[in-house]
Design a protein. Structure first.
Length: 340
């Protein structure tokens, strides 16, 4: 699976910052329906997104091309807080690229997978993963959606006025102003996943739904804006960051292997305590919390593709199905047998 080619240049815009969803589908479509290339074109013109299909930008013959089938629910939960839930079947692969500045954007992948690319850094997000982004005119975000999958995403975007309103609280201002990368990828806490499922469930009253949507938005901000701590991530020299990234990549690519801290520390040319502290500082999560999250998200993918519980447990690094089932239920709020 590959993201959009770097040769496909994104169009820049001098307009004022505007918030918008980038992953999933063009918003504003509440009913299940087929979404065509022309729908993306209209949406992209309004919200500052460049969409491409098979490397081409809207050839005339492609306007009727069927890209998605599904539904999108869009709500403004507070002034300037835009929440978008997409539940779609991807019929044709496509890429989206931001063309405007955006002060704060959060995307959670609830099912399926997307590939994100910003500044040459490419990563694949699967179920249970999230990203936070702040985009300047010169820093675009590309997102690739592969065909043949069910893709469910929940997006939260805040405009500049909403950011300014939050900044009236000194403690929150510190969180918003903390140095952080343009793109931050983080695991969704296990307790939050079932809460997000309520985003499209009917509620007893409009008031209760409003409170639930606000609570979801606040939870996403609380985790997506995690403060890096008293020592900033930029303290680490480039060679150390590169060695730590190699460790992270190995855990991502080979999660089923058996690891110990001393073995990983030797691979990183660090002491065990040094690896523990520096990995946490750079990635915002401990070494083995990252590994557990990767194993469980891989298992979720395998189950969704039809694997048995035993097979998913084994291929994701769990030697005992009972231990796997306990960890899976704690992480996703459902039994492995309920997936698929």
């Amino acid at each position: 699976m590959s993201a959009a080619s770097h040769a496909q240049a994104c169009e820049s815009s001098g307009d004022q910052p505007r918030s918008r969803p980038l992953a999933g589908a063009a918003a504003g479509l509440g009913d299940t329906r087929v979404i065509r290339a022309r729908d993306f074109l209209r949406f992209g013109q309004r919200h500052g997104i460049d969409y491409r299909f098979d490397g081409a930008r809207f050839p005339a013959v492609a306007h009727h091309l069927e890209i998605l089938r599904g539904r999108v629910i869009e709500e403004e939960v507070r002034s300037g807080w835009h929440l978008t839930f997409s539940d779609v079947e991807v019929l044709k692969p496509y890429d989206s690229c931001s063309t405007m500045a955006s002060p704060l954007f959060v995307c959670v992948v609830m099912e399926g997978a997307i590939v994100v690319d910003t500044g040459g850094r490419r990563q694949r997000l699967t179920a249970g993963s999230a990203l936070s982004a702040r985009l300047a005119d010169q820093v675009s975000l590309r997102v690739h959606q592969d065909e043949g999958q069910r893709l469910r995403t929940l997006n939260l975007s805040l405009d500049q006025a909403a950011i300014a309103s939050l900044s009236q609280r000194p403690d929150i201002t510190e969180l918003l102003d903390a140095p952080r990368p343009h793109l931050h990828i983080w695991p969704l806490p296990g307790y939050l996943a079932p809460m997000l499922e309520q985003a499209v469930m009917p509620q007893p009253s409009p008031g209760q739904r409003q409170l639930l949507m606000e609570a979801i938005g606040l939870q996403l901000l609380a985790h997506g804006l995690r403060h890096p701590g008293p020592r900033q991530r930029g303290d680490l020299p480039l060679p150390e960051r590169q060695r730590l990234e190699r460790i992270r990549q190995r855990l991502h690519d080979f999660p089923a292997e058996s690891y110990c801290l001393e073995q990983l520390a030797a691979m990183a040319s660090m002491s065990a305590s040094g690896l523990r502290a520096k990995f946490q500082r750079l990635f915002g999560v401990s070494v083995f919390d990252y590994l557990r999250e990767r194993r469980l998200t891989l298992a979720h993918e395998l189950l969704a593709q039809g694997a048995s519980v035993q097979q998913a447990a084994f291929e994701s690094g769990y030697s005992h199905a009972s231990n796997f089932s306990t960890a899976f239920r704690r992480r996703f709020g459902v039994s492995p047998r309920d997936v698929g």
